[in-house]
Design a protein around this ligand. Structure first.
Ligand code: NDP
Length: 219
């Protein structure tokens, strides 16, 4: 099995890359700059990939050459914390680019590399759930993850005829740099749970918004 993961140099992406490689998959790990831990892993590193760059899909495609992909994981993401009093438009736009637009453009750009029966996993967040928003704030992050969810559902519908299933996966509250290592579970534990959900992903449940613990989340 060939797996491609974006933002694989640290956090959840790194653990996903390591675990898929340990399970015997061939892993293409994209990043801006590889970490020492990624360099030590048994993966093919595709570096200098800023997912928000307009030519990122083309750069990844070129690096893949003739290689096909069975599982694409759009993992790279950013979080800035806007409030009612402090919500810079540039920060909101950047989150849109990285969290919503990039996963869509990378998926579309890599379609020629996706095998029939390939799977696409979007690492989203329950903070993109409108129903679940009890605390407000985080304008750019919430808006961008809600937009990612919308893109994922359209992709799930549009890729049915290609035999490609798409999941929207919330990793849990995970101890990574993004949340200053607060969080309920380790990145390794989250990666394990995400892999279980990806195993369960099928054409029948394509388009589902899942918590990594298996719970189906409200939009
Ligand atoms: P980290 O901050 O630890 O890692 C983020 C990763 O995304 C890094 O590899 C980073 O690379 C990469 N990245 C960010 N911007 C870009 C860019 N423009 N181009 C390429 N790579 C980029 O966060 P997590 O591991 O926690 O996050 C992974 C995913 O999980 C994200 O989509 C996040 O929104 C989601 N998530 C995380 C939660 C948590 O509790 N941690 C909860 C819900 C969702 P670099 O080192 O170059 O910055």
């Amino acid at each position: 099995m060939n797996v491609l993961i974006t933002g694989a140099n640290r956090g959840i992406g790194l653990q996903l890359a390591k675990q898929y490689a340990e399970s015997g998959a061939k892993v293409f790990a994209t990043c801006r700059k590889p970490s020492a831990e990624l360099e030590r892993s048994k993966v093919e590193i595709i570096s200098n990939i800023d997912v928000a760059a307009p030519d990122a899909p083309q750069q990844i495609s070129q690096a893949l050459g003739d290689e096909k992909i069975d599982l694409l994981i759009n993992n790279a993401g950013i979080l800035t914390r806007e409030t009612l009093d402090d919500a810079p438009a540039e920060d909101i736009q950047q989150q849109f680019k990285v969290n919503a637009l990039a996963p869509l453009m990378i998926t579309l750009g890599l379609l020629p590399h996706l095998n029939k029966h390939a799977k696409v996993a979007m690492i989203t967040s329950r903070m993109g759930s409108l129903t679940d928003n009890g605390s407000g704030g985080y304008y750019g992050y919430r808006m961008s993850k809600a937009a990612l969810n919308a893109a994922g559902v359209s992709l799930a519908r549009d890729l049915k005829d290609h035999g490609i299933a798409v999941a929207l996966l919330h990793p849990g509250y995970v101890q990574t740099d993004m949340v200053n290592n607060t969080g309920d579970i380790s990145a390794a534990e989250s990666a394990q749970r995400l892999r279980q959900r990806i195993d369960e992903l099928s054409m029948a449940n394509s388009g589902t918004f899942w918590h990594s613990n298996g719970e189906v989340l409200p939009w």
